[in-house]
Design a protein around this ligand. Structure first.
Ligand code: 4HQ
Length: 248
C-alpha cells in the first residue's frame, strides 16, 4: 500500500508517521508514504491556496486548482490500478474497522486533508471517490484523520504485526471490544489478577476472554452487539456474564 497525503502541513504528517508501528512499516518498505503540498501547485506569486466563500460567511475555502494539481502529481508518479481518492471531512462516512479492512488491499490511497472551513465542493464531487469522517466532532484539519487511516490500514498489511499480536486479535476485528489485560505484579492494593489467567489452562483463558469481550461490548457498546449474530457458545458465555455481573 502506498499512501499519498495532500496537505498544507506535510511535516506534521511525516513526523507523526515516524513513530511506532507506522514508522517501522515505512522503514521496512511494507508501506509507502508521500506528501504533496497544494501550495507547491499554486500559479500566483502569493501562492494562494484559499479564497472567500461565495455567499459569504466566516472563514476561507480551499481552492480547486492547487488541490487538483497536487492530486494529479500524486497519481502521475505511480499509476496504480487499485487507487482510491479519499477526502477527510465530518460530512463523510464514519470510519470503522470494516471500511478500513475493505480498502486494505488497494495499492494506492490518496488522502486529501483539508484546512480552513473546507474544500470547494466541486473538488470533492469530481475528484474524490469517497468522503470519510473520524467521528461526529470537528477538528481543525484533515491531517489527523489521514494519520488515523494510515495507522489503522498499516496494521492490516501483511508482515507489519508479528504473528503473536496479529491484527486478527485486535479489538473490533471481530466486531467486539477487547477483553481486559493484566501484567505483573499479581497483587496490587487496587486489586488482583483474575485467577483463571494464572492457572495456565489455555482453553479456560480463551473462554474467559471471549466472555469478557462479549460482556464489555454488551455493557458499553450495545450498538455493536445488535449488528452481530452470536453463535451458541457466545450466547452461553454472554448469559453467564450477565448472571455474574448480577443484572440478568
Ligand atoms: N475536519 N473527520 C477537515 C474534521 C474531520 C472529521 C474539519 C476535516 C475541517 C477542513 N476530518 N476540515 N471529523 O473535523 O475527518
Amino acid at each position: 500500500m502506498h499512501f499519498d497525503v495532500i496537505t498544507l502541513f506535510p511535516d506534521m504528517v511525516l513526523q507523526a508517521a515516524k513513530y511506532g508501528v507506522t514508522g517501522k512499516a515505512i522503514s521496512r518498505g511494507l508501506v509507502g508514504l508521500s506528501v504533496w503540498n497544494p501550495r507547491d501547485y499554486t500559479l500566483d506569486k502569493h501562492r494562494t491556496v484559499d479564497d472567500r466563500p461565495y455567499g459569504g460567511g466566516p472563514g476561507m475555502v480551499m481552492k480547486y486548482q492547487p488541490l487538483f494539481d497536487a492530486v494529479s502529481a500524486a497519481q502521475q508518479t505511480r499509476h496504480e490500478p487499485r487507487c482510491k481518492i479519499v477526502c477527510l471531512s465530518p460530512q463523510g462516512t464514519l470510519i470503522n474497522q470494516a471500511l478500513l479492512t475493505d480498502v486494505s488491499d488497494y495499492e494506492q490511497l490518496i488522502l486529501v486533508a483539508g484546512r480552513y472551513e473546507g474544500i470547494d465542493e466541486r473538488f470533492i464531487a469530481s475528484v474524490c471517490d469517497e468522503e470519510w469522517s473520524l467521528g461526529d466532532y470537528v477538528i481543525s484539519g484533515g491531517e489527523l484523520g489521514a494519520l488515523v487511516v494510515i495507522d489503522a490500514i498499516t496494521r492490516l498489511q501483511a508482515g507489519v504485526l508479528g504473528d503473536e499480536d496479529s491484527a486478527k486479535q485486535d479489538s473490533h476485528s471481530d466486531g467486539l471490544l477487547d477483553y481486559p489485560h493484566f501484567t505483573r505484579p499479581e497483587q496490587l492494593s487496587v486489586g488482583k489478577v483474575p485467577a483463571v489467567l494464572l492457572q495456565g489452562d489455555h482453553a479456560q483463558i480463551k473462554r474467559w476472554r471471549l466472555k469478557q469481550s462479549l460482556g464489555r461490548t454488551w455493557l458499553r457498546r450495545p450498538d455493536m452487539l445488535e449488528k452481530k449474530t452470536l453463535n451458541t457458545e457466545q450466547e452461553k458465555l454472554l448469559k453467564e456474564f450477565k448472571i455474574e455481573v448480577d443484572v440478568k
